[in-house]
Design a protein around this ligand. Sequence first.
Ligand code: AMP
Length: 418
Amino acid sequence: MTIDQFNFAGKKAFVRVDFNVPLDENFNITDDTRMRAAMPTLKKILADGGSIIIGSHLGRPKGPTDKFSLKHIIKHLEELLGTSVQFADDCMGEQAAQKAAALKPGEVLLLENLRFYAEEEGKPRGLAEDASDDEKKAAKAAVKESQKEFTKKLASYANCYVNDAFGTAHRAHASTALIAKYFDKDNKMFGYLMEKEVKAVDKVLNDIHRPFTAIMGGSKVSSKIDIIENLLNKVDNLIIAGGMTYTFTKALGGKIGLSICEDDKLDLALDLLKKAKEKGVNLVLATDAKIADSFSNDANTQFCKVNEIPDGWEGLDIGPETEKLFADVIKGSKTILWNGPAGVFEFDNFTHGSRAIGEAVVEATKNGAFSLVGGGDSVACVNKFGLAGGVSYVSTGGGALLEAIEGKVLPGIAAINE
Ligand code: AMP
């Protein structure tokens, strides 16, 4: 079933969204991209005359806590939807069940953070650190058992299920995957956002126009090894940017000063370079860096060769020579995937490289390339520079996007297709 084919009139839809938005210390939403991304789906259901039970997680709570309560987002959700939103301060207690049962067409109920319950993720909580293997096994079995009840309860609130949470599609959680089995094929579907995400991933996986360039930035190689290895089988150019640069540079014998580096990944970096060569992939590394004498926006700065960073200094952005090198590769590409910033873009004095990459991606897109930008920080990056409108697609998924591109089957997607 597709959401466009489905008429929600008189129906109650359980909609799993990803409202895992960043909040500041006063609980103001600092980036509402994920909330806005779910609006087309929610508005279609209301326009049809349906009612909505919204389920989401926020952060990584280990149990109920005010800090991660979804009550902080109600006001903004009401503004975005243009209607009032009821709130149930639990997900599976009497209150949630009663409020869900009383929902009338056009009404919206937001459930409290699903991850306040261990059952959402199906992982035991509160186990003593010295728990024996048997105790761990028993706790796991117990939570898996109560997860069934939890999932059934969530499903009982609605007569159709919509998954619009691409950000958690790589998790086989109660509300993202397991719940789908309580709805038959005609009553479960992707939301508009999920549909778009699936299509965009498909384009970079199965409909590649060459040259295909991946730009991998961010801080650590270790979190991106699998995707880099997988991309080596697909791309023509692999640009390594951001903090990862220095693990490669050190592995190649360069001087990197205090730059971020994973010393236990030097061999891995060399291995990736070797594999790239074997596969004929043009792996592009930075040649110069903008270095700082402390990890701060106000640090003293200078430019130097990436492998000649003086003691006491660290690379926090790429230099002008590298910007040009990367931009030339990007502008000559027909398919582009960008994940991770080129530098510490949170500091205004170290945004230049990420902005230059973003601008090159926008220019390539103008010239007909398909560009997919994904991963939490890359999204913040294109938003910060006002470039989101100039790329083909900005994914709301971080881990989910990377796993999809690694070629893995995402449980949240499989559960709808089954
Ligand atoms: P990731 O979550 O792995 O995509 O990493 C994103 C983070 O990498 C951002 O917070 C950046 O500030 C950080 N980052 C990028 N370049 C550097 C660098 N040269 N040194 C330290 N951190 C960096």
